[in-house]
Design a protein around this ligand. Structure first.
Ligand code: SAH
Length: 400
């Protein structure tokens, strides 16, 4: 099987008869991918593997439960033979040759007239890798290309045609570039413009091509250099220039991230817009500190709130976890307010600064001590506060 002698081709098998001779692992895998492509699959084999039997049971496949006979290929466009019996496979291949039907041959690529590549589908792209006679290597290469495509590691800019412009509101996760979704990475690789927040993962900027416009609208605490309506206007303006705009936000766009406002502004302006969820700090930073926001027998639910609002209405139950974003400076007032509202002053509490980064610091205490402990270590934003019995699961528990 030398690649110079082959002609790569993609077949439209939908609605066309394809015969699979054999009922084992190879036959099953081939049948399933042929079914995905819409082929009318006929399986010829005295017995079939259980996973193939379930497709047969659903009526997707015609099963002829006997050994192969001449004439079985009548009307077929393509045949796969994989019977584990070399003599049968030879006969199938010879009949296929005589009838001018392409033949895939399990375990004997040299005796085949067709070879199926290792395939992955990424959006509208089919990645097909074949050659070398080493199926494992082809599959590994296919995986590498598919992953690089999905993750945006391959250069994709200017290959996407979006003449009307486009805005993606991408959740960047809590700071570690490894915590962005592959969809987010992919869109970043396609972006002409990246509009970034202070808490978004700045590490990814280094990977952008030099001509990508980066606009930092980072808001400092108590200081809002670029008002929201101006951010909206930037997104709309760049999209109207036909550009692909990624609005890269910290955490999840919809968790205290004003993503909803940006979405509405884009929609009102008639700009196509997509939202890519992210790992919110409310859950991800707690997790990085070893705190699950729910835990069987310890916490049944959780609330995510900001430290800027009144918290009096929250459940008092220590089995209901409270995750507070922002409000490090007001921590003493907030804790006092919760205690006054009836929360147990002994409720385990943790402050996690710079979560998911090398500077992560966890300070633990109780509702009555956490503010003093945070002040004692000079705690600063960005930080989340977790209040509830789940805090006892953190490696840094108990307070020393
Ligand atoms: N949309 C974001 C939250 C934006 S509000 C999300 O889903 O995570 C900003 C607040 O998020 C900060 O004040 C802090 O409370 C929290 N935060 C974001 N990243 C953080 C991090 N790496 N470590 C600790 N807290 C973080």
């Amino acid at each position: 099987m030398s690649s110079e002698q082959s002609f790569p081709l993609t077949l439209r098998v939908a609605g066309r008869r394809v015969v699979v001779v054999g009922g084992g692992h190879v036959a099953t895998r081939r049948t399933l991918s042929l079914l995905d492509a819409g082929a009318l699959v006929v399986v010829i084999s005295p017995t079939v593997a259980s996973s193939l039997a379930s497709s047969i049971g659903r009526g997707d496949v015609t099963w002829i439960a006997r050994t192969y006979r001449s004439g079985d290929l009548d009307g077929a466009w393509l045949v796969q033979t994989a019977t584990a019996d070399a003599l049968v496979d030879e006969r199938v291949a010879a009949d296929a040759e005589a009838s001018q039907i392409w033949c895939l041959k399990g375990g004997d690529p040299a005796g085949a007239t067709a070879w199926a590549p290792a395939v992955a589908r990424v959006d509208d792209v089919t990645v097909a890798v074949s050659g070398g006679g080493d199926a494992g290597r082809a599959a590994a290469l296919r995986d590498a290309v598919a992953t690089a495509l999905q993750s945006g590691d391959l250069p994709l800019r200017h290959r996407t045609h979006r003449p009307d412009g486009f805005v993606a509101l991408v959740g960047g996760g809590p700071g570690d570039p490894g915590l962005i979704t592959t969809r987010g990475r992919r869109l970043l690789a396609e972006a002409d413009v990246v509009v970034i927040d202070r808490l978004a993962p700045h590490g990814v900027l280094a990977e952008l091509a030099p001509d990508v416009e980066v606009i930092d609208v980072g808001k400092m605490p108590d200081h809002h250099p670029i008002p929201q309506h101006e951010i909206n206007a930037i997104l709309i303006d760049r999209a109207r220039q036909g550009k692909i705009v990624v609005r890269l936000k910290g955490g999840d766009p919809y968790v205290f991230g004003r993503g909803g406002e940006e979405l509405i502004a884009c929609r009102d302006a008639g700009i196509p817009v997509e939202v890519v969820p992210g790992v919110t700090s409310a859950i991800g930073v707690a997790a990085a500190a070893g705190i699950p926001v729910t835990h069987r027998g310890v916490a049944r639910g959780f609330s995510v709130v900001t430290g800027h609002e009144s918290l009096a209405a929250l459940p008092h139950d220590r089995a209901h976890t409270i995750v507070m974003l922002m409000g490090v400076k007001r921590l003493a007032e907030t804790a006092g307010e919760l205690i006054a509202a009836g929360h147990d002053p002994e409720t385990p509490s943790a402050l996690v600064e710079n979560g998911c980064s090398v500077d992560q610091r966890v300070t633990v205490g109780t509702l009555s001590t956490i503010a003093d402990r945070a002040a004692a270590v000079g705690a600063k934003s960005p930080a989340i506060t977790v209040i509830g019995d789940v805090v006892t699961l953190a490696p840094s528990w108990p307070p020393t």
